[in-house]
Design a protein around this ligand. Structure first.
Ligand SMILES: NC(=O)c1ccc[n+]([C@@H]2O[C@H](COP(=O)([O-])OP(=O)(O)OC[C@H]3O[C@@H](n4cnc5c(N)ncnc54)[C@H](O)[C@@H]3O)[C@@H](O)[C@H]2O)c1
Length: 403
């Protein structure tokens, strides 16, 4: 089995795939559509990061492709439905940088409460401004978390350890961790929080979630942070509230329009305002997160390649599969099919007619697709494989042999 890994994937990912006997070929940078399509023959596993687009054309040029590993958080660069139609699994690492974001939020809350960036800038400019005015401990202060998902809920735990009183608001019904208190509405949260931090996802309805009306409802001299999505916040409204002193400080890591590459100019109406921290979308960018992404995605690719497991695939039905096939003489049939009534009965009729004994079978469906893993006693021969492949519902068929 061969894996083609582009865009300088972390060595941990390469190590884990090689350890499983997978031949790994690496390319330092991204490839464009033509270059990638030309290299896909004979590649079973493709690893990319955010700069390579896996388009329908690339998929059409990849008859041997089993899975795509997006060694990053998002999968917008992959045609995930096109991949599903071909029975190609797509994996990513949605949680690997959660902790990195949480730690930056905590650092920024403390920095804003102590005006650290202004003090630092003054010192570099030769100004010794030793004063406690406007500087606060975060202990005992209220933190309002909007969006209590992976990041919001982990932040809740860490903030409580600092002695903060946590309130949260989420559109979904979320279990409160520790002593955190749930707010029924965003307005309720804005009434109590001295620091408000946004951690919602990028669903279309969240564009413009936070504007003049919400800033007006925040407590006077409170702090504001956004490390989720740029489109969620109206920066002009934030600027006005910072200049008027209603908001005492803000930290922004994400922007509606971000420069494409390092070194491109960055312009924002929030530049030059005191106690405003601007960072270039680095909330999740740590070496630990990169290493964890390498590990996480390589394990998912390896488990799919050697055992058929689709746990946490973003596009195929998810089936948990035991990593071992058992003693010699056992087989495993991996069958991605159209999710239509009676398909499982038809698969099992083919197996029964061939005298194959089923030792275990797990089915999962997702939209128009179904995926069934069947463990058999007895080796699955080529004739049986052809009969399964000929079923009109079959999208992709693969057989693993215990030897
Ligand atoms: N700055 C960075 O580098 C960086 C890194 C990782 C993630 N992120 C961003 O952080 C955000 C959160 O990530 P996550 O992994 O915690 O996502 P998640 O999907 O686990 O959590 C998002 C939560 O927000 C809630 N939500 C959505 N819309 C809401 C609304 N209007 N009001 C209240 N709650 C709402 C959802 O119900 C969910 O619980 C995402 O937008 C992600 O893109 C940024």
């Amino acid at each position: 089995m061969k894996a083609l890994l582009l865009e300088n994937i972390h060595p941990e990912g390469i190590r884990l795939l090689t350890e499983r006997g997978i031949e790994v070929e690496t390319v330092r940078g991204a490839l464009d559509e033509d270059e990638l399509a030309a290299r896909m023959a004979g590649v079973q596993l493709l690893g990319i990061r955010s700069k390579t687009n896996v388009t329908r054309r690339v998929l059409d040029a990849a008859p041997d492709l089993l899975a795509v590993g997006a060694f990053c958080i998002g999968t917008n660069q992959v045609d995930v439905s096109g991949a599903a139609e071909r029975g190609v699994a797509v994996f990513n690492a949605p949680f690997s940088n959660t902790r990195s974001v949480v730690e930056l939020v905590v650092a920024e809350i403390i920095s804003l409460a102590r005006h650290l960036t202004d003090k630092n800038a003054a010192m570099h400019a030769g100004v010794w401004d030793k004063s406690a005015k406007g500087a606060h401990e975060v202990r005992g202060r209220t933190l309002g978390i909007v969006g209590y998902g992976n990041i919001g809920s982990q932040l809740s735990v860490v903030a409580e350890a600092l002695g903060m009183q946590v309130y949260f608001y989420d559109v979904a019904d979320k279990l409160a961790l520790g002593n955190a208190r749930r707010c029924e509405t965003l307005d309720e949260l804005l009434e109590v929080a001295e620091t408000v931090t946004l951690h919602v996802d990028g669903r279309p309805g969240n564009a413009g979630l936070f504007g003049a009306e919400q800033f007006a409802k925040m407590r006077h001299r409170s702090l504001f942070l956004n490390l989720c999505r740029g489109i969620v916040v109206d920066h002009e409204a934030l600027r006005e509230n910072l200049l008027s002193g209603h908001i005492a400080g803000a930290a922004l890591d994400v922007f509606a329009a971000e420069p494409k590459t390092a070194g491109d100019p960055f312009v924002s109406s929030l530049q030059g305002i005191p106690n405003v921290i601007l960072t270039p979308h680095v909330g999740g960018s740590t070496e630990e997160a990169q290493s964890d992404i390498g590990r996480f995605v390589a394990i998912k690719l390896g488990d799919y390649a050697t055992a058929g497991a689709t746990t946490m695939s973003v596009n195929l039905p998810q089936v948990v599969a035991a990593p071992e096939l058992g003693e010699p003489g056992r087989g495993r049939i991996l069958h991605v099919h159209r999710n239509v009534p009676g398909v499982l009965a038809r698969v099992n009729t083919v197996l029964g007619d061939a005298g194959v004994n089923i030792e275990g079978q797990t089915l999962s469906t997702r939209g128009e697709l179904g995926y069934v893993i069947t463990d058999t006693v007895g080796v699955v021969g080529p004739e049986l494989v052809e009969r399964l492949r000929a079923l009109p519902e079959t999208v992709r068929l693969r057989v693993l042999d215990a030897g």
